[in-house]
Design a protein around this ligand. Structure first.
Ligand SMILES: NC(=O)c1ccc[n+]([C@@H]2O[C@H](COP(=O)([O-])OP(=O)(O)OC[C@H]3O[C@@H](n4cnc5c(N)ncnc54)[C@H](O)[C@@H]3O)[C@@H](O)[C@H]2O)c1
Length: 281
């Protein structure tokens, strides 16, 4: 029996795209799932999909930028699903712009959601899990937090680097106390997240993690996450090729950055390869 069977999972930011695919994957593997999202309609649709597939799911309205809202969603999830064994912090915002064009308020909005949303969730669930000596915390980061390329969205990259540091250090602290920690680290994934993102500068190309990577589907990365969690993994990147990139970066961050500058100046913005037929494009 795996870690999902008979367990309860609460996922923040699961109303659409990657979070929704993960909720479906967890449910398929036997978890009761709470789908908490700012977009309650999306969460309701996701829960209905899971129920139609024979799974158990509830939709919850939640804004991870408010501790009160998180507390209410957590209490409602516990009342409906029982003790929460898996908490996944996946809610995230995206934006685009040059660093001089992001106002201070945008830095606060980005970090307040992508990083501090997790801290608010931890404040509720970590003490309970430590007291029980069991549980699993999963935080969604990004390749943008692993190595430098996302110069067209620096506050986003900073928030995700914070998520990686939070998760790695929490793992050192919590795993010996019985609480598992995983950091889900997506590379390029086909989603609609760029639609409707806030744009702060005109004509800024969306710099990507590199042309050596292929765009993956939401279902593929949801399976990679679930299998990584089953295997007890801490860092769970969606593309194993990232290891070579990280080794290159670690060998000389200066050389790596200069190579990125040269590559961008030559007109390569690091966009991934896309199998157009796979995505019906
Ligand atoms: N798509 C990619 O290629 C990619 C790559 C790396 C990392 N990621 C990360 O994966 C996660 C999911 O990405 P996605 O592409 O599915 O994004 P998405 O924008 O489609 O989904 C994010 C979800 O979070 C919800 N959300 C936003 N603000 C919220 C708030 N304050 N409270 C509660 N919910 C809120 C949204 O309503 C949405 O359902 C994000 O954390 C993102 O940064 C995505």
């Amino acid at each position: 029996m795996g870690i999902f069977t008979g367990n309860s999972a609460l996922i923040f930011g699961a109303g659409r795209n990657i979070g929704r695919a993960i909720a479906r994957e967890f449910a398929r593997r036997g978890a009761r799932v709470g789908i908490a999202d700012l977009d309650f309609e999306g969460a309701t649709e996701a829960a209905a999909l899971i129920q139609a597939e024979g799974g158990q799911a509830i939709a919850l309205r939640c804004d991870v930028t408010s501790s009160d809202s998180l507390r209410e969603a957590a209490a409602a999830a516990e009342a409906a699903l029982g003790e929460i064994g898996i908490v996944m912090n996946n809610a995230g915002l995206l934006h685009s712009g040059n660093p001089e064009d992001f106002p201070f308020s945008e830095w606060e909005r980005m970090i307040g959601c992508n990083l501090m949303g997790m801290v608010r969730s931890l404040e509720i669930f970590l003490p309970k899990m430590l007291a029980r000596g069991s549980g699993h915390i999963v935080n969604t980061a990004s390749f943008a937090g692993l190595y430098p390329y996302a110069a067209s969205r620096i506050p986003y990259a900073v928030s995700k680097a914070g998520v990686i540091s939070l998760s790695e250090n929490l793992a050192i602290y919590a795993i010996p106390k019985g609480v598992r920690v995983s950091c889900f680290c997506p590379g390029p994934v086909m989603t609609t997240s760029p639609h409707g993102m806030k744009i702060f500068s005109a004509n800024v190309p969306m710099r990507g993690p590199g042309g050596h990577l292929w765009l993956k589907s939401q279902e593929e990365v949801a399976t990679i996450l679930a299998e990584g969690m089953e295997a007890g993994r801490i860092m769970i990147p969606t593309h194993p090729e990232v290891r070579a990139t990280l080794l290159e970066w670690a060998a000389s961050p200066d050389d790596f950055i200069h190579k990125q500058i040269a590559s961008f100046e030559a007109g390569n913005i690091g966009q991934p390869q896309v199998d157009r037929a796979k995505f019906g494009l």
